[in-house]
Write a protein that binds this ligand. Sequence first.
Ligand code: WT7
Length: 633
Amino acid sequence: MSNKIQSLSGYIHEYQKSVNEPEKFWARIANSFHWHKPWDKVLSWSSEGPHVKWFENAKLNITENIFERHLFTHGDKAAIIWEPNDPKEQNRIISYRELYELTCQFSNVLKAQGVNKGDRVIIYMPMIPEASVAMLACARIGAVHSVVFAGFSSSALADRIIDCEAKMVLTSDGNFRGSKNIPVKAVVDEALEKTSTVEKVIVCKRTNAEVTMVPGRDIWWHDSIKDQSLEHKAESLDSEDLLFILYTSGSTGKPKGVVHTTGGYMVYTQYSFENVFQYEQNDVYWCTADIGWITGHSYIVYGPLLSGATTLMFEGVPTFPHPGRFWEIVDKYQVNQFYTAPTAIRALQAKGLEPVNPYKLDSLKVIGSVGEPINEEAWHWYHDHIGKGNCPLVDTWWQTETGGIMISALAGITPNKPAHASLPLPGIQPIIVDAEGNELKGNNVEGNLCIKFPWPSMLRTTYGDHKRFKETYFSAYPGTYFTGDGAKRDHDGYIRILGRVDDVINVSGHRMGTAEVENAMNEHPRVIESAVVGFPHDIKGQGIYAYVICDQEGISNEALIQEIKNTVRKIIGPIAKPDEIQIVPGLPKTRSGKIMRRILRKVASKDISNLGDTSTLLNPEIVDQIIEGAQIK
Ligand code: WT7
């Protein structure tokens, strides 16, 4: 039975049921899945711990719900359409039956190589079907995958391996990204010099780059699968067994491992996928994210495959070999639902309509946006020129921590409003609170966005550090999940996300902790102190602006700035490289030693008309010096 909502009144009805009787509501949705053993209790929740369990004591395997549940009805249907980086290379179309066999085969490989239930496996791979196979095989045997975006540096990779004590790394010889050929195996080798838990590395051949294979540790993917059976009996897992860990940046310290578990995540990703995108059985759906991010997990792999959908996976970048590549792919495969990030839209919008015009784009039924607030100009361009004015545009708000889409229009069902995420999905209870945590009821209110009741795909903890979980999400407003975002409920009751209210910046839809970038810069021997803020950036949404106090003896500003940028690139990766670095004689600090970031944000945004109260500063004279150095006209 489908759980797809068909009308606005249906949405209102379902939403009310989900709030009035959440357990009854989710039990009904969960009933359409295959469980080895039903749950004893739908939800156990204590905001004290905080502890949350969904479908307690139920047993299942998420991959059986992808494969065995669907094989009889659509074994021959395309599960993955893979479009390579270079359009001249052969594409791949993998049916549900083939994907099932590849998954079983690789499950047997993992077992043969000593990976057992509960072990952590790092996936550091390009956008190729084997990356999905790797995730699914882990899920099938009950190993915990942790996908690391293959653009991260070796030290970022090492940090993640160390934090989750990974036993295995899955990688490739190299990655094709546009005109680049990136030697990723070498990055893994470098990372493994700093770690001690990894026993085996399986390397998938992709670019034929030359790599060093460490005897006894490294195995080629194609060798590993030889002689492995195409059948594998899925492990029966507890609903609360870990499915994956995904690292994400916060406002303090190192990235944290967001933990998602099996049962609730499965139920919510399928439910939200079908409802937001209104997927119909013969549709071709395409999400342009990378599997290294939560969007790739939930809406390239798990949500669509659980729904028996055809999910398109694209290896390359939007502008290679030409800026019409996205639209060419839409026409080539007659894509029906297209899901991307505002930063990609803005970058393509900047190329004008010439690259769009040659394509019909008439297969599109739904277009979507995710990752950051979408500005009205980009919204209209996307809606008018890609959606041709007749596709609902779903602006989907959610987070790594939420596991699935939380606030969004349901395509064609609930109304569209430019730049508004709009309404919560059934089961999601967002509230807007003031600084003291009082709920601001009614319309026309603005404050901090919290979620007051648990939902099935919420994070369960931060890996290895439950205290941090509590402090990060449940201490600002005790008992309530705090998102870190500001939001507004407008006069019609639609929610608009205003962006982060903490020290997190959103660069091209990727989350960066300012502290993380500062720590990386501080590794440079000449950097004495630094402060990082976000500033409005035409394409990226937000750019990274860094103020640094340096020991500059014998080196030019320019050379030093370049060196500091390279340090960040090396420690975190290219996505964290500051757009602007300003060398300053000091930083504005309060008497208690806190940097007054408000001022730094204003200067970085070139908006110095109203700097607010600076009387609590220890060194007010520094503000003028910083403004002067910023050369604001
Ligand atoms: C942060 C989460 C969820 C997948 C991608 C990012 C921002 C996300 C929207 C949106 C406005 C958005 C928020 C959120 N964000 N989607 N539709 N409108 N802001 O996942 O890296 O965990 O980042 O991205 O600030 O807190 P993430």
